[in-house]
Design a protein around this ligand. Structure first.
Ligand code: AHG
Ligand code: MN
Ligand code: MN
Length: 334
């Protein structure tokens, strides 16, 4: 009998293959990524049964940002933290769902992990895309004591890996360790993430803009101008651009990664420092987008260069294809 050679590559195989490129690697970091992959599969399983597994709806509490916590937020948070706790690799976890940093009780753990366990909570109950975002740093000090929160306040450029899992029409895991961006799709029948694209490169210019236009009146004048520019009828230039807004940053940024264009969340009267969180929304997605050839700024500074002051701090963000981001910045500076 002739057996065909299969070319499918699993996430686990891919991680090990990458690890072998670094002769001194201990395998701990690979284990950490695999643990996140495991939690993602468990979350994806529950998300796919939403409606009859009592996971929908509110948990009856608010998070540190005064937003209603959904049951799935809590579930995802618990799954990710317990997956990271399977080994002694992670010393501390900072999650949107926990006001304080969570000490994992591993003074020898080398890594600090930030999580937005469930991004796009308002989409949970209506079967629209949601995701989990992660960002990984190395501890800076010696490893003999439990880390101090100050150790977690590192610039985005110091991320050793970042990525997300998108629970959409399929479950997709996208991550980077600074060597390009790779994407995997979950095959639910075998419970494995399969390599879908080894290196994603995004277009330099895209024809989609994404922003919550309901807040138009509160926008800075430069953003109003830029959106006018996007809407102008200039067929030779591919304008007007299309507008898309899913309301889950992870899904809006994923579309931007795949198709090009721009996603924007500016400061407003309601959110004078912007709404989205630097450490577990903007930094990880900015690293992914930059690694795919795009850009991310707060209008003035590169997101990854922002010196963090607190774990849950917010920032405005303009993220996507290089040319789109450069153009909005020039309007904002006018
Ligand atoms: P989360 O569900 O983690 O709290 O994040 C929601 C965020 C983000 O995903 C999305 O882009 C944004 O909130 C949407 O905000 P608006 O409803 O103000 O547009
Ligand atoms: Mn979020
Ligand atoms: Mn969230």
């Amino acid at each position: 009998m002739n057996y065909r050679k299969t070319r499918l590559e699993t996430l686990e195989e891919f991680i090990i293959k990458r690890q072998n490129r670094f002769p001194g690697a201990t395998g701990e970091f690979s284990q950490l990524l695999r643990d996140i992959g495991l939690a993602a599969k468990i979350i994806a399983r529950e998300v796919s049964k939403a409606g009859f597994n009592h996971i929908l709806g509110s948990y009856g509490q608010e998070n540190v940002h005064g937003e209603s916590i959904q049951k799935l937020d809590k579930f995802a948070d618990a799954q990710l933290i317990s997956a990271l706790n399977r080994s002694d690799i992670t010393a501390m976890v900072i999650s949107e769902e926990n006001d304080e940093a969570v000490q994992m009780g591993n003074p020898s753990g080398k890594y600090i992990v930030y999580l937005d366990p469930l991004d796009g909570s308002s989409n949970i109950d209506i079967n629209v895309s949601i995701g989990s975002i992660f960002s990984i740093y190395m501890r800076q000090s010696g490893e003999s004591e439990l880390p101090d929160v100050r150790e977690a306040l590192q610039r985005g450029t110091r991320q050793v890996a970042a990525g997300y899992v998108l629970y959409g029409s399929s479950t997709t895991l996208v991550y980077t360790t600074g060597l390009g961006v790779s994407m995997f799709t979950l095959d639910p029948s075998i419970g494995e993430f399969i390599l879908a694209e080894e290196t994603i490169e995004m277009p330099d210019l895209g024809h989609i803009y994404s922003v919550n236009e309901g807040y138009y009146n509160a926008w800075p004048p430069g953003l109003k101008q830029y959106v006018k520019y996007c809407q102008e009828e200039v067929p030779d230039d591919g304008r007007p651009y299309s507008a898309r807004y899913i309301g889950a940053m992870v899904a809006d940024v994923h579309r931007t990664l795949m198709k090009g264009g721009i996603f924007m969340y500016p400061r407003s009267e309601k959110y004078p420092r912007g709404k989205l969180r630097l450490m577990y929304e903007c930094n990880p997605l900015s690293l992914v987008i930059e690694q795919a050839g795009g850009k991310a700024t707060d209008g003035k500074r590169r997101i990854l260069d922002i010196e963090p002051e607190s774990l849950h701090q917010r920032t405005p963000i303009f993220i996507g294809s290089k040319q789109n981001v450069d153009r909005v910045c020039s309007h904002l500076q006018d």
